[in-house]
Design a protein around this ligand. Structure first.
Ligand SMILES: [Zn+2]
Ligand SMILES: [Zn+2]
Length: 141
């Protein structure tokens, strides 16, 4: 995959990922919080080691969610100017972040590898059974 970088809708918040870092996973998330945050039927997330991701900008906001689906908190970083979701810090997977794929500058190399929280998906959405499809998260405690 080419160098990963991206930004929010207004351009205030930008991020880069260390050269040569390959995503650990690229995951479709059907959870209700992702639906609410994005306004979309699901989110697509590029999962990376937190240490490789560098976020900068004057308007990085953070909001913590604990969904009805999992007891572990997620810190959701976004741009407070334009509202774009940027990434999530996953309480269930220390040291791991999930970048919202729609914010990437280059989306050509995206290859989803799994779908999570399929039990919360909108009825019209079909899962891709060529991927790993999980009814809940990777870890549900
Ligand atoms: Zn912005
Ligand atoms: Zn989600």
């Amino acid at each position: 995959m080419s160098t990963l970088e991206g930004h929010c809708m207004c351009g205030n918040v930008r991020y880069t990922v260390d050269d040569g870092t390959d995503p650990l996973m690229t995951v479709v998330c059907h959870c209700t919080v992702c639906q609410r945050q994005s306004g979309a039927p699901f989110s697509l997330n590029v999962v990376l080691p937190e240490a490789t991701v560098h976020v900068s900008g004057p308007t990085v906001g953070e909001y913590e969610t604990t969904s009805e689906e999992t007891s572990t908190p997620v810190q959701r970083r976004f741009c407070t100017n334009c509202g774009s979701p940027i990434l999530s810090v996953l309480g269930s997977m220390p040291g791991i972040v999930a970048i919202k794929a729609g914010t990437l500058a280059d989306k050509s190399g995206l290859e989803p590898t799994a779908e999570v929280w399929a039990r919360s998906k909108q009825a019209w959405v079909e899962t891709n059974d060529d991927l790993g499809v999980f009814q809940t998260g990777f870890r549900t405690d």
